[in-house]
Design a protein around this ligand. Structure first.
Ligand SMILES: [Zn+2]
Length: 93
């Protein structure tokens, strides 16, 4: 009996490294292809209201475990609550 795991290979949007992940468990971020950042983030790292068109053209990109750990450390260092990604509107709907 071979247990087939449902894994996919993708490219981390932060470090551009290819990695395998389980689509059901991987952390994904909505990324605006024009800026390479989540809609609402500026290149200066400041927050601004996400424009509907920016959200509409954005796609979910996987985040590798290494970058996820770094992002969590960064959030702790800033002593700020993590952004609530799930509150963003879904794409293409
Ligand atoms: Zn990464």
């Amino acid at each position: 009996m071979s247990e087939k795991r449902d894994t996919e290979t993708g490219r981390c949007f932060v470090c551009k490294r290819e990695f395998s992940y389980d689509p059901k468990e991987v952390t994904t971020f909505l990324i605006d292809p024009e800026t390479g950042l989540p809609p609402g983030f500026s290149v200066l790292g400041t927050l601004r209201p996400a424009k509907p068109e920016a959200v509409a053209r954005s796609t979910d990109q996987p985040l590798c475990p290494g970058c996820q750990a770094r992002a969590e450390q960064y959030a702790e260092a800033m002593e700020a609550p993590p952004p609530r990604w799930e509150s963003w509107p879904p794409t293409g709907q």
